[in-house]
Design a protein around this ligand. Structure first.
Ligand code: APR
Length: 231
């Protein structure tokens, strides 16, 4: 059985990272148009760097939870027939041990030089003074984050996997942002079983064959155990 899993901010909530659209979420406190668009970065790079620097620094204070760890078990059980696509830019899936992982919206712990188009693992702050380790130029390093209006990464690979999967599982995502919100339709059109695991019904719940609602650290391990135990 080929499985594609899509995760969103909800899988990292119980690790202590804020989601975006919950009442205490990032977009409840900040205007995404002022922080998560290329235009915002061009207008005020220092403000955008400060927002992502704070989120990058917070990664040092959090750890993967039982839901991240359950997906590592699922990958071990299904091997090459498993693909994990995350909208999250945190590093909790890889720290839990996930291997075949696609960060479709980029990564906080990566920096992108717009002068020489190289990307670099990055743990510290970025600023308009940061020099690129490859070309040495300053002022052209940006967070390696896919902002609104930009094309998510590795979409061809994701769409190929959706077109031939038997089971599509969405975890901790509001279904509010495309193209990720449309993945359930692509999987369903390919004949896959679709299930939503979320704290509460999302914008797209009605598009799924099935759903389990509750905290990810409870419902994801339980569902993974069911899947692994299936004859
Ligand atoms: N367990 C399971 N689900 C949870 C939990 C939890 N403990 N806490 C919150 N959720 C659910 C919420 O009910 C919500 O449906 O997680 C979802 C989080 O939704 P969003 O905050 O919209 O996050 P996400 O879906 O990942 O956003 C998608 O939008 O702003 C862009 O690029 C950003 O990748 C992000 C994209």
């Amino acid at each position: 059985m080929k499985i594609v899993v899509l995760t969103g901010a909800g899988i990292s909530a119980e690790s202590g990272l804020a989601t975006f659209r919950d009442p205490d979420g990032a977009w409840a406190k900040h205007d995404p148009q002022k922080l998560a668009t290329p235009e915002a970065f061009a207008a005020d790079p220092a403000l955008v760097h400060a927002f992502y620097n704070a989120r990058r620094a917070q990664l040092r204070d959090v750890a993967p939870n039982e839901a991240h760890q359950a997906l590592v078990r699922l990958e071990a059980a299904f091997g090459r027939d498993f693909l994990l696509v995350t909208q999250n830019v945190d590093d909790l899936h890889e720290r839990a041990g996930s291997k075949d992982l696609v960060h479709m919206h980029g990564r906080l712990r990566s920096a992108w030089c717009r002068a020489c188009d190289t990307r670099h693992d990055w743990d510290d702050d970025l600023s308009t003074e940061t020099a690129c380790p490859a070309c040495g130029k300053t002022g052209l390093m940006r967070p390696d984050i896919v902002w609104f209006g930009e094309m998510p990464y590795r979409m061809d690979e994701i769409l190929r996997a959706l077109d031939c999967c038997d089971l599509f599982i969405a975890i901790g995502t509001s279904g509010a942002v495309y193209p990720a919100a449309g993945f359930v339709d692509i999987a369903a059109n390919a004949g896959a079983e679709t299930i939503e695991l979320n704290l509460q019904p999302s914008d797209g719940t009605a598009l799924f064959n099935d759903y389990r609602h509750g905290a990810a650290t409870r419902i994801v391990p339980a569902f993974v155990d069911e899947l692994i135990g299936r004859p």
